[in-house]
Design a binder for this molecule. Structure first.
Ligand SMILES: O=C(O)CCC(=O)C(=O)O
Ligand SMILES: [Fe+2]
Length: 310
């Protein structure tokens, strides 16, 4: 079955990767290969942009953020479109950075929902990132309630394997921990998530949490990944920091990679989530915390009454 969800694995197997689920394949009218995992809501469209568009994107990125040869480790991010305010967890309508033409040029080509409440919805928030060779991004679930369901990631410059794993107890627990700092989870709409894979696995091992197996999906340069459904709401995604990758059985050096993460910002009544993954859903966590605060206040009031009574 395409998009089959792997079953739970015993502890210890988690650092090993299992093969990715087998996709269904098709081609778009211009002949681009499309890989689809319908059960996971995951789609990968190859050659979504041309090599010429890719070159334009790279030069436009570095026109704003020139590469610093002394700094070869840090991911560099540029934000366009509506600004998301991570202190209020809302949109700041007064702040908007013009979206560069290298992005607006392909917006009409993005696959959007053709039915349902998000029909025709296009992204309006864009994060362009440069990952120097070897850099990654910790496994995380993008915030559910504040963004539309479809998340897009366009890869360019070079390809990279993205790691996916059905989230479990560990992610649910972390989402419920008091936030050490909003900044920590802020840079790309991430949940209050891991500090990285190593930290993730260490805490799982220490607590004996049984993790779901992880698998990697190669995102080729110029490909577009679309995450909806389970892959968007229930799975963590990330990129392991490492200098080499094994691609089709061959070890290759990782090159610098760029990506454009595209999201649509929810406003007003749209904010919220009723996904089938309450363990890692920020909307559910907020409700739980509000309910707990009401109980606590009621108990405090009861105590006061009791103290005041003769
Ligand atoms: O670089 C990517 O493809 C993904 C980045 C990501 O997951 C994010 O910004 O939330
Ligand atoms: Fe993400």
């Amino acid at each position: 079955m395409s998009g089959q969800v792997p079953s739970m694995s015993p502890l210890g197997a988690q650092s090993h990767l299992i093969p990715p689920p087998i996709p269904g394949t098709s081609t778009t009218p211009p002949g681009n290969l499309v890989q689809e995992w319908p059960d996971l809501g995951l789609t990968l469209i190859c050659d979504f942009i041309s090599p010429a568009e890719e070159q334009e994107m790279i030069s436009s990125f570095h026109a704003i953020s020139p590469l610093n040869p002394a700094d070869t480790k840090r991911r560099i991010s540029q934000h366009f479109g509506h600004h998301f305010d991570y202190t209020t967890f809302g949109i700041d309508e007064s702040k908007h950075s013009p979206v560069p033409s290298y992005i607006t040029n392909f917006l009409d080509r993005l696959p959007v929902d053709t039915e349902g409440k998000e029909m025709g919805r296009k992204p309006d928030q864009f994060t362009v990132q440069y990952y120097p060779p070897g850099a990654g991004i910790p496994p995380h679930v993008d915030t559910h309630s504040m963004f539309g369901e479809a998340l897009y990631s366009l890869s360019f410059g070079s390809g990279v394997p993205m790691i996916f794993r059905m989230s479990g107890e560990n992610e649910a627990r972390k989402l419920r921990l008091p936030k050490r700092s909003l900044q920590e989870s802020s840079q790309a709409g991430l949940d209050a998530s891991a500090d990285g894979k190593a930290a993730d696995e260490k805490s799982e091992k220490a607590e004996g949490v049984v993790a779901h197996p992880a698998w990697e999906l190669m995102l080729p340069a110029r490909s577009l990944l679309v995450m909806r459904g389970a892959s968007r709401y229930g799975y963590t995604h990330g990129i392991r920091p490492r200098k080499t990758d094994v691609v089709d059985g061959v070890t290759v050096r990782r090159e610098g990679r760029y990506s454009i993460t595209m999201r649509s910002v929810r406003r007003g009544e749209e904010i919220g989530c009723d996904c089938p993954f309450p363990g890692v859903c920020d909307a559910r966590v907020r409700k739980e915390q509000e309910a707990a605060a009401i109980v606590e206040n009621t108990e405090m009031a009861g105590t006061e009454c009791h103290m005041n009574s003769p």
